[in-house]
Design a protein around this ligand. Sequence first.
Ligand SMILES: NC(=O)c1ccc[n+]([C@@H]2O[C@H](COP(=O)([O-])OP(=O)(O)OC[C@H]3O[C@@H](n4cnc5c(N)ncnc54)[C@H](O)[C@@H]3O)[C@@H](O)[C@H]2O)c1
Length: 315
Amino acid sequence: MAEQHVGQIRKVAIIGAGLMGHGLAQIFAGKGKEVILMDLNEDLLKKGLAGIRSNLSLMAEHGIGKAQEIDGVLSRVRTTTDLGEAAREAQFVVEAVSENLDLKQKIFRDLDALCQPDAVLATNTSVISITEIASKAKGKARIVGTHFWNPPYLIPLVEVIRGNETSNRTMDLTLDLMKAIGKHPVRVNKDVPGFVGNRLQHALWREAISIVERGIADAATVDECIRFGFGLRLPILGPLENADMVGTDLTLAIHSYILQHLESSPAPSPMLKRKVEQGELGFKSGRGFQEWPPEKAQESRKRLLEYLLDVNKRF
Ligand SMILES: NC(=O)c1ccc[n+]([C@@H]2O[C@H](COP(=O)([O-])OP(=O)(O)OC[C@H]3O[C@@H](n4cnc5c(N)ncnc54)[C@H](O)[C@@H]3O)[C@@H](O)[C@H]2O)c1
């Protein structure tokens, strides 16, 4: 039943054309869907379209897709500043507006009233509860989380998150659609803060910051321990397969000794707070955990993008 439905989804609306929204429009249009991209004004929409062109050109330069196909992809992306127009014909909607609960609640209440009754409505929130976002809408069963990762056209994972009232049909259809557009969806059964990916990511960041704060190693060294050490295994071996590989008995022995020594603070690190108060904001101010002159920051961004492009050639 879900398979039959997914084949029928041809029209997709993306609400918000910012960093994530324009990338989402690109993914769906790249897979032949008719996309309508909505934002508050024409300039933002033009910027979104220019972003899609630039992403696709960069990908084509790296052998992913063809330069001759770019105009075809863009021809499938219409734009509007009217939520009603975006909603009217859409069979699947992804909301990617700013991370603000009130705004998202209002958009879902409006989308629920404006969309066709069988359309699925997804939010790309990074951390906000799907259940809370859906709370002002009547049709809560059709509201679901689809957490894409930045840049969404290069990172395969999409966490498909069940809100307290999301129906099985909505979950199955969304998972099938994510597969159909070439993503790697995973099912998240409970609507908890951080879902799965960000809980794991920030558990690691908390310990990384704590190691620097306690003077055990400096920031560059902490990152090196990951990049040149166990980080090399992570793309093919997650921690739970790794625990099975070394044995749950060894994992228990290690945890019995080490867990008591790890950071467990429920609040952000005092050093992190101090840095923000002092304007040490990272790349954007030239200093964070490390010094970031503009060339070094640019080099880091370039290294990441080229790595992701290279990895994508293998998918
Ligand atoms: N940036 C990331 O790395 C990342 C990763 C995963 C998820 N997300 C989530 O995706 C969502 C979007 O993030 P982003 O980084 O693209 O933000 P962004 O600020 O780049 O884009 C948000 C866009 O929403 C538009 N917008 C605001 N109010 C609107 C309205 N009423 N109607 C239509 N458009 C409206 C803004 O004009 C802007 O263009 C957020 O929920 C964010 O938490 C972001």
